[in-house]
Design a protein around this ligand. Structure first.
Ligand code: SAM
Length: 186
């Protein structure tokens, strides 16, 4: 099973219809669509991306599946995810997905950065509900991705977060899926 599919199957254990969730790197909208399918017919899914094209593609994809009512979009950095929500929604988000790196088929120069990813993961943990999950799918095949993955591991260790790690293969350059579970309130 590909790590994207594995992330989906793991997330299913954490979300139910009516929940609030966030795709922090919307890209082509596949993860947003997956989240929408889990929470529909109620709930809300936020799609966040720094590329306008990604937001447009995500809107198109969700509209074509009839999920326009539950979709909210934000064209900007995921460093701002906490501010997207109403204060009353802080601590209520069930799942937040980060599929890091660059947009497949898009501009490879526009990639997630270590600094923003670390900041956004901290913000994501704050708005996550107890019992919720953050997934970070990290790509170690390019230099920024290698650095980013290393820092994500360091952050999880420093914060003593409850994590589950699944490596794509024994190749140290293969992608790695990190699940951060908010098992305690802090
Ligand atoms: C690997 S793609 C995501 C794939 C996507 N989840 C899907 O289902 O198609 C990574 C995305 O992260 C976006 N991105 C990069 N830096 C970002 C940031 N600071 N905030 C939000 N999105 C960012 C890129 O524009 C790109 O679309």
């Amino acid at each position: 099973m590909r790590l994207v599919e594995l992330a989906h199957s793991k997330i299913k254990e954490f979300i139910r219809p009516g929940d609030l969730c966030i795709d922090a790197t919307a890209g082509n909208g596949y993860d947003t669509l997956f989240l929408a399918r889990q929470i529909s017919p109620f709930g809300k899914v936020y799609a966040v991306d720094i590329q306008k094209l990604s937001i447009e593609q995500t809107v198109k994809r969700l509209n074509s599946h009839g999920f326009d009512e539950i979709l909210r979009t934000f064209h900007g950095s995921h460093t701002k995810i906490r501010n997207l929500l109403d204060k009353s929604e802080h601590g209520k988000v069930s799942a937040i997905m980060f599929n890091l790196g660059y947009l497949p088929g898009g501009d490879h120069a526009i990639t997630t950065t270590t600094e923003d990813t670390i900041f956004a993961l901290n913000e994501a943990y704050v708005i996550l509900r107890q019992g919720g999950v953050i997934t970070a799918l990290c790509y170690r095949g390019h230099s920024e991705g290698t650095k980013e993955t290393k820092k994500v591991f360091e952050l999880c260790k420093e914060k003593k977060w409850d994590v589950e790690v699944v490596e794509g293969s024994s190749n140290p350059q293969s992608p790695v899926l990190i699940l951060i579970k908010k098992t305690r309130m802090d």
